[in-house]
Every structure is written in C-alpha cells, then in structure tokens.
Design a protein around this ligand. Structure first.
Ligand code: NAP
Length: 436
C-alpha cells in the first residue's frame, strides 16, 4: 500500500486523485487536504456563480471523493497545522495542487487606495470565500474600471452589470446579490493595454455581454485594425473579434454601458482617501505587439477599480518558488523527489478547468513509476490523524461536507441551488447542526 497526500481540493487536486486511482487502483490511499472546511477550490470560489454548467464538474470530483481509497481532510492548513517536511515523512508522495489564489500586484501609484480591489478578492466576495466575505466593495459611484483583458475581467464586468433577475439559478451569495442590486454603477470600463486582436478573452464569454438585460457593450470602431486582418487570427480569436465588431456596430442603448477601452494603460490611481479616478496613458503596439505609451494621458472618473491582471500561487516555506511566474519551481511537475505540483501551482494561472486534467495524469504516471519497486514504510493517514489530533486540529471529513452542503441547500432562496455559508465558523456549525 502507498500513501499520497494532495494539498488542495480544487480541479487540479481531484484530477490528480482520479489519475492516481487509475494508475494504482487499490494499492493507494489518497488524502486530499484543504485549508477550508469545504472542497472544490476554484469551482466553488473562482468560477462565476452564473456559470452553473461549469460548476457542475464538481459532481465528477464527488465520485472520486466518495471512493474508498480517497479521503477529504478539510480545515487543515499546510504551513500552520502541518509542514511539508512532516507530510513527506508521512506519505510516499506529496502533490501540491494549491492553485493560484493570490492577485498579481498592480504596482501603480495609488493602488493602495481604498476601492482598488484585486480580482481574487472581488471574485471571492461574490462567491462567498471566507477570506473576502466582509470586503464590502464601494458600488456607490457612477463608474467602475476593470483593468485587464482576460476572462476574469469579463466575469467581473458581467457580475457588475447583471440585474437581480439575471442571477436566478446562480449560487451568488446573498450579501453580494443585495449589494449589487443597490449598486449605482452605470458605466463599466474594461481597460486593455493593447488592442482587440490581443485580448485574452474567449468567444463564448465575450458573446454573453451582448445578451444582458440592462447593459450594452460598447467598442470604439477606431480601435480595430483593418477588417481583412481578422482572417489571420486563429478561429477562436476571430470569433471573439467578431463579437467586438458587433458590439462596435450596435447602437443598443441600455441603462448600463460596458465600455471596452483599448490601448489604455493605467499609470496611476488618484483620489482623496479613496479611488476617484484612474489616469490612463494611450498606447500603441510595437513590432513585437507590446504596448508602448504615447505620452497622451486622460482620466477616467470611477469609485471602484478591480484589477484582473492574473494570479500567483502562495509560496510555502522551504518549497522552491519562481517569483517571476508566481508558481513553484518545477520540472514537468516534479519539484524534488517525492514532491510534485499540478495545475496553476505548476503552470501558472492559464487555461480552462479541463487543462488541469493532463497535469494530474502526468504526475500520477511519474509517481506510479517511482512506486513500481519496493514497498512503503510510511504511516499515511493514520500518522496524519495522530499528528493533527495531538495538535488539536478539528478535521472536516467529506461526510461533514455533505452535511454542510445539505444545510446550504436547505437555506437556498427560490431558484438558487444553495445559499453558501461565508464564514468558517458557520461551516463548522452547519456540520454539527445537520448531523442529528
Ligand atoms: P489572463 O487571461 O492572463 O488575462 C490577464 C490580462 O491582464 C491580460 O489582458 C493582460 O494583458 C492584462 N494585464 C496583465 N498585467 C497588466 C498590467 N500591469 N496592466 C494592465 N493590464 C495587464 O488572466 P485572467 O483573466 O486572470 O484569467 C486566468 C485564467 O483563467 C485564464 O486562462 C482564463 O481564460 C481562465 N478563466 C476562464 C474563464 C472561463 O472559461 N469562463 C473564466 C475566468 C477565467 P496583456 O495581454 O497585455 O499582458
């Protein structure tokens, strides 16, 4: 019997467990450890609440979680409750699937003003992440600026633009739904430092903006290169640019506007004790398609800035880390003998949920090859339980999570699959409360 610890219960963690089961069958015991009492990481806290079809992938992870040789060990924080060297003593292999939950810093003058919020915090707020449940973003001004031209920028713009009715069927948390309903934001600027041909948005997500009840997307036709150049784009990108051209051609006027501000590089954020404006420099592209400032500057008045410029993995003491790329230093998923990484912790924050699956399989193959000779002298889960019990750590099991989930479903408002608990104490209470 071999013992593997997977740190992180998001997509990369569960795909790794699934792959290990396929590679090693009954000869492996897998503990999936998470710092929160609830599983699924990015699926629960990152994927937009109105994208329930994407969130449904958690049912696939549930199948893995319910198999006999896989265990969820929630409410255990590596670095606080147990260290990596201790885990490596207890398990034959340790896989870091910790994702990339930290914002890449904006590093502009004024980016520390109240009202400048990173996407991890903002997305965490509307998704009920315990770290951000009390964020209370300022929604009282007429305009908001979103920095970045990726899918997260689109998520944030859409969430700011939707009506209460459009959130029906979603699992947005009540505190966000109520605050967004009271929001006075009418103009949402999406600032891209390059042009329409350089966006990192995908067509399906972009197309959604054309069908909002109360908001219309707007693009300045002057920002496009000649239409013939679209033929040179790869098909997905061409579709996205077609959406942008449709937005530019449309004269739909709705109560809210989502403005795509291209060739707009934020250079400073200003305000008296809080955000009041973003100073933007117009850019052009150089021969390598990088943005270069033109020296022309203008101000965009706004009371909220959400920076959606990418994420990084939190470093763990003693684990080699690539600061430039914000991920663990690794060679094809191997950090060192017995220590591996998968998903965004391995590759950096790119790709869709499914992109994490091959990572899991690649690392599982490497682990299986290493296990082929010899047997294990590790204590695995029995050793973990003894150590955590000695430290007074209150482990949350998958059965506990099922009770929490049932309690969330029981308090859901009409049309919503659940009403999430947003504080760790509430989650732990729900486990006890629903037990009887
Ligand atoms: P992303 O796709 O890497 O986009 C980051 C954006 O930030 C880029 O447009 C980049 O512009 C811009 N940027 C970076 N630094 C900047 C700076 N200093 N100033 C101004 N702009 C800056 O990241 P993301 O949107 O966080 O998404 C992360 C991953 O999750 C992506 O793979 C994404 O597709 C995925 N995701 C998917 C979905 C979905 O499928 N529904 C939803 C959300 C996220 P440059 O190109 O000029 O560097």
């Amino acid at each position: 019997m071999r013992h593997v610890a997977v740190i992180g219960s998001g997509p990369a963690g569960y795909y790794s467990a699934e792959a290990l089961q396929k590679e090693l069958g009954e000869d492996v015991r897998i503990d999936i450890i998470d710092r929160l009492p609830v599983p699924y990481g990015l699926i629960r806290f990152g994927v937009a609440p109105d994208h329930q079809s994407i969130k449904a992938v958690s049912r696939r992870y549930e199948k893995v979680a319910l198999s006999d040789n896989v265990r969820f060990v929630g409410n255990v924080m590596v670095g606080r409750d147990i260290s990596i060297p201790e885990l490596m003593e207890l398990y034959d292999a340790v896989i870091l699937a910790t994702g990339a939950p930290l914002d890449r810093p904006l590093e502009l003058p004024g980016s520390d003003l109240p009202g400048v919020i990173g996407s991890a915090a903002f997305v965490g707020w509307y998704n009920g992440h315990p770290d951000f449940a009390d964020l209370d973003p300022p929604l009282g001004a007429e305009a908001a600026a979103i920095i970045g031209n990726g899918n997260v920028a689109l998520d944030v713009a859409r969430i700011l633009a939707k009506t209460r009715k459009e959130f029906e069927g979603s699992d947005i948390v009540a505190h966000a739904l109520d605050a967004l309903e009271q929001s006075r934001i009418r103009t949402i600027h999406i600032l891209g430092r390059r042009g329409p041909h350089q966006i990192a948005m995908t067509p399906k997500e972009l197309g959604e903006l054309g069908h909002l009840e109360d908001a219309a997307p707007n693009v300045d036709p002057a920002d496009f290169p000649p239409e013939g150049d679209d033929a040179l784009l790869e098909p997905g990108m061409r579709k996205s640019v077609t959406h942008l051209r449709d937005f530019a051609a449309s004269n739909a006027a709705k109560r809210k506007t989502i403005n795509f501000d291209f060739f707009a590089m934020p250079v400073a954020i200003e305000g008296d004790g809080k955000v009041e404006r973003v100073i933007v420099e117009r850019t052009m592209l150089d021969a390598e398609l990088r943005s270069v400032g033109t020296g022309e500057r203008y101000a965009i008045d706004c009371g909220l800035v959400v920076s959606c410029i990418g994420y990084k993995t939190p470093p763990i003491e003693g684990v080699p880390y690539e600061h430039g790329r914000g991920r663990f230093a690794n060679s094809e998923g191997v950090i060192q003998d017995g220590l591996y990484c998968v998903g965004w912790a391995r590759r950096g924050p790119t790709g869709t949920i499914g992109t994490n699956r091959p990572d899991g399989f690649e690392v599982a193959e490497k682990i299986a090859a290493r296990f082929r000779d010899g047997t294990s002298a590790k204590f695995g889960r029995a050793g973990l339980d003894a150590l955590l019990e000695g430290r007074g750590v209150d482990i949350v099991t998958f059965r506990d999570w099922q009770k929490i989930e049932a309690a969330e479903a029981a308090r859901a408002r009409a049309g919503s699959p659940r009403e999430k608990f947003t504080h760790i104490d509430e989650m732990l209470d729900a486990r006890g409360g629903a037990a009887g």
